[in-house]
Design a protein around this ligand. Structure first.
Ligand code: CA
Length: 319
């Protein structure tokens, strides 16, 4: 990418729970000249917030960037804290080596302060449970509405099967009350959920090729990804891994890769299997939901910018 960006980069704040797919998404955001990552807010989700914070710091250190990190939600609004150890490992980053996690002091900036500090409205991308944003809306609704020009969430599913229960996607399932509050705030919110992210797969072959590269950062990313591949093999007999969180970031760089539909959306708030299910409901809140994806350009972007060590992958989608 030697050409200068013809437009000013888009200011972005990212709320994230790193997380193996979050790792790739953050690296893509940080390595994309079209985006100006103004702040990162970490949340519980794939792992506990102390690990998520440590992981975000470690990712920035390895990429060689200094970005303000805030701390959002430590637990769901009402539900019990449940994290995805089986999917992302004890640390949140699979087998990748990370320093020990520490205590997070209470005066770390929450998401609403990160937003308040922005000189101009930003695109807010949430890659974890919606709790940080729901709390920010509760505490500082005017700041959030003023500073969030657009909210893109990796969350939910309409037609696709859930990844936490048969009906629900993980981020929606973790804190359905938070997602419900966010949708009702009408920021507006766009959901990039399992209907499209499930088609963004790194194959076992892709991951093994990364593992054969001697470069230390390639090895570090490989150690995270091989854990993720092993989980997908166990859980759904997939030879590869679904890198959900990459897609909302990639779609900021390549808007044509997603098609959206305008719907009214409700979130199931019950305690059973349908907890966290997102569904079309005429009484629901207006939202845009991504329904179609062109995965090939997204894969090319990811390999070019984040996984550049291997040969250019085939341009056909892996499914
Ligand atoms: Ca995530």
């Amino acid at each position: 990418m030697t050409d200068p960006t013809p437009y000013a980069p888009r200011p972005v704040v990212i709320d994230t729970d790193p997380g193996i797919d979050d790792l790739l998404a953050l690296e893509l955001a940080l390595k994309s000249p079209e985006l100006d990552v103004r702040g990162i807010s970490v949340s519980y989700g794939n792992t506990v917030v102390e690990n998520a914070y440590r992981n975000a710091v470690e990712i920035l250190r390895r990429v060689g960037r200094r970005i303000t990190i805030g701390v959002g939600a430590r637990r769901p609004l009402r539900r019990e804290l449940v994290v995805a150890r089986e999917t992302h490992g004890e640390t949140g980053l699979g087998y990748a080596t990370v320093p020990p996690a520490g205590v997070i002091l209470d005066f770390v900036k929450p998401l609403e302060r990160l937003l308040a500090d922005q000189p101009a409205p930003v695109t807010l991308v949430t890659l974890g449970p919606l709790t940080s944003l729901a709390l920010a809306l509760r505490r500082e609704p005017a700041v959030v509405h003023e500073k969030v020009a657009r909210h893109v969430a990796m969350a939910g599913n309409l037609e696709a099967r859930g990844n936490t229960t048969p009906y629900a996607e993980f981020n929606a399932w973790c804190d359905p009350e938070a997602l419900d509050a966010v949708l009702r705030a009408e920021l507006p919110t766009e959901l990039v959920g399992l209907d499209v992210t499930r088609q963004l797969v790194l194959s076992g072959h892709d991951v093994n090729r990364i593992g054969r590269v001697a470069e230390p950062h390639a090895q570090w990313v490989y150690e995270a990804l091989r854990f993720y591949v092993a989980f997908h093999r166990r859980a759904e007999n997939l030879d590869g891994c679904v890198v959900n969180d990459v897609l909302p970031i990639a779609a900021l760089v390549l808007p044509d890769v997603l098609d959206f539909t305008e719907v009214r959306l409700a979130v199931d708030l019950d305690d059973g299997d349908t907890r966290g299910r997102t569904r079309i409901d005429p009484e629901g809140a207006p939202a845009r939901v991504a329904t179609r994806v062109r995965p090939a350009p997204v894969r090319r972007l990811l390999f070019d910018r984040v996984l550049p060590w291997t040969q250019t992958p085939a341009t056909t989608a892996v499914s």
